[in-house]
Design a protein around this ligand. Sequence first.
Ligand code: ADP
Length: 189
Amino acid sequence: MRLILLGPPGAGKGTQAKRLEDLHGLKQLATGDMLRAEIASGSKLGKRVEGVLASGELVSDDTMIEMIAHRISSPDCEKGFILDGFPRTVAQAEALDEMLTEHKRSLDSVILMEVNEDELLDRVAKRAIEDGGARTDSDEATAKHRMDVYKKQTAPIIPYYKNQETLQTVDGMRSIEDVAIQIDAILGL
Ligand code: ADP
């Protein structure tokens, strides 16, 4: 099964993706985590993207498309994958479609986690405290900026998937368990 979890920063994509990975063996591909791992390892790519992440802006489409193209063709993704944090622009969504077509594959589902923006900023602030400052992009101003970037650059992919009739919506303001139930129902799990 191949799916995308979509939603603004703090919507709970990572929590749900992890759960689907643990319970159903789908590989979680969290682009934010991949980028932070690159930064932590001090790789060339990590050095190049460090400032971008700290500013809350997006890493270039080319970089991200290459990263994902490489990952989804790996053996551990053969059974399926959950994209968490990709695509984040229409160009990335289009590139993903091309990659899948090339591999004669398609997406099973795109799940949009709908949330209330004010509560999200509270969640992000709370997560920042829990993380003990592990992320460089969770101060209030940068978190707000990431929300604006989401609205401007990522939200346009919602109509893109609506047109393809692959988009389904869950209420992301419910408890983790309730959101999980909604997702499982969509996926028939
Ligand atoms: P959140 O879910 O809180 O928005 P992520 O961990 O998914 O955060 O991403 C953190 C940062 O990594 C983003 O703000 C962005 O700079 C970068 N990033 C992650 N995925 C992508 C992507 N697909 N395209 C561009 N930049 C990305």
